[in-house]
Design a protein around this ligand. Structure first.
Ligand code: SAH
Ligand code: SF4
Ligand code: F3S
Length: 440
């Protein structure tokens, strides 16, 4: 039996695409191995959202060189967002002559054909197509999902927003919504197979259907229709762009028990000047009004966000507005990044780049403030009832997850079932985990 090994970097989109790559490989008789040294095919499914991601990937590709020296027939493929960048395929090949196949983020599903061609010709293949749009031929794609309870489902590809710091629209192309019937069919199959948490994926799920590909079905309709499916499951989605999160979506979320009461709503910055320079199309005030609406409709909601510190031109005062905003909103979780210059983006050419020392100072400061907020909010959950899904069990008890993704530990006093939802009374918050007892 031949073996494969896949390195996955970046967002949920890539995690899901790796499931597709794994399906393609398994269909061809390859088996997952737990050590790259035993692999016949190695794939790097890459990300280029920040420079640090690229550096790490380059280092990991470089580490394959001595392995391939001892295993000449090993096939090394690089795909995904990093590979999609202009001239990247030839640069990669120059830097790493042992790389055999390079293909982009938009032709993942053709990997099988590339592999066949390579095996026949044994010649370097550059399959990056700069103007390729994602065209999904879902029929026949065998996803290998490695978690039996949680499943990702793509509802759209690409991004039209062109936030000035972001490379995603350049490497993933324009927004393209999948047909609602295809999504319904996939979700129903997953529910029948026993998946319990379905997460709908898109760079900006709220603009689902705006491209006219869905016969008038918008994101709120899609959510509502899926939430009405029979079965015991929970529905989540990401990512929501604040600029077009509609009242209708909030209403659908609030009135459906199957939709998770947790929302990732990236704000990026707290200053209107910075938000404008980022091309985010909303103001701090509009964002805060939206948060109020969401909290009023769903008082138990847990919120999370993404934040960039040190965007070009961000002054100390403007940074302080981000601090004020996170204190006001009270996120359970925030992913905080230092601005990273990305080639070809508008912000790359902005002159007033912030020194790295300042970015470091801001990120440390903000992480500390957010940590305190998170700790307070999770401590406040003590005494509440949370719906959790049991993931696994060990000698000490059961490990579950709350709707916001937080780990909840349960004792073994009562016999519970892995893969079932339970209402749990939270009794403590210790070392970053919630502790509780199932209410039976
Ligand atoms: N589509 C999603 C986010 C995708 S990228 C959205 O719009 O919310 C995930 C996060 O990476 C972004 O929210 C942003 O906070 C961060 N990010 C994107 N480009 C970046 C850059 N050049 N430097 C630092 N962080 C960046
Ligand atoms: Fe990037 Fe903005 Fe699109 Fe998100 S919405 S992927 S941050 S351009
Ligand atoms: Fe990275 Fe591409 Fe996702 S750049 S964050 S893997 S869309």
């Amino acid at each position: 039996m031949k073996g494969y090994y896949i390195y996955t970097y970046g967002c949920q989109m890539n995690v899901h695409e790796t499931e597709k790559l794994a399906g393609i490989l398994q269909d061809r008789g390859y088996e997952l191995v737990d050590n790259v040294e035993n692999a016949d095919v190695v794939v790097f499914n890459t990300c280029c959202i920040r420079e640090s991601a690229e550096q790490k990937i380059m280092g990991n590709i470089g580490a394959i060189k001595p392995i391939k020296k001892n295993k000449k027939d090993m096939i090394v493929a690089v795909c995904g967002c990093m590979a999609q960048q202009k001239d990247m395929a030839s640069n990669l090949r120059k830097k790493f002559p042992f790389v055999d196949i390079v293909f982009g983020a938009n032709n993942i599903e053709f990997f099988g054909e590339y592999l066949d061609t390579y095996l026949e010709q044994k010649k370097f293949l550059n399959k990056v197509e700069s103007d390729k749009q994602y065209t999904e031929n879902i029929a026949g794609v065998n996803y290998v999902r490695d978690n039996p309870l949680y499943a990702y489902v793509n509802i759209m590809y690409g991004c039209n927003n062109f936030c000035t710091y972001c490379i995603v629209p350049y490497v993933r192309g324009r927004e393209k919504s999948r047909a609602p019937e295809d999504i319904y069919r996939e979700v129903k199959t997953l529910i029948d197979m026993g998946y319990k948490v379905i997460t709908l994926l898109g760079q900006n799920v709220n603009s689902y259907g705006l491209d006219g590909n869905t016969d008038g079905v918008n994101f709120a309709n899609l959510l509502k229709n899926i939430a009405n499916f029979d079965g015991n499951f929970e529905l989540r989605f990401m990512t929501s762009h604040p600029k077009d999160l509609s009242d209708e979506v909030i209403e659908v979320m609030a009135s459906n028990d199957k939709i998770s009461k947790s929302l990732h709503l990236p704000v990026q910055a707290g200053s209107n000047k910075v938000l404008k320079a980022m091309n985010r199309s909303y103001t701090k005030e509009a964002y805060l009004t939206l948060i109020d609406k969401i909290k009023t409709a769903m008082p138990s909601i847990t919120l999370s966000t993404d934040i960039i510190v040190g965007f070009p031109g961000e002054s100390d005062e403007e940074y302080q507005e981000t601090v004020d905003l996170i204190k006001k909103v009270q996120y359970h979780n925030a992913f905080i990044f230092m601005y990273s210059k990305r080639k070809g983006t508008i912000a790359e050419k902005m002159e007033n780049q912030v020194p790295i020392a300042t970015k470091r100072e801001r990120i440390h400061n903000l992480l500390e403030i957010q940590h305190e907020i998170s700790e307070q909010l999770f401590n406040k959950m003590v005494g509440t009832t949370q719906r959790v899904l049991i993931d696994s069990e060990n000698e000490k008890g059961y490990v579950a997850k709350a709707q916001c993704g937080k780990v909840v530990k349960l004792t073994k006093d009562a016999k519970l079932k892995i893969g079932e939802f339970y209402d749990v009374e939270i009794t403590d918050y210790k070392k970053g985990n919630l502790i509780g007892n199932a209410k039976l």
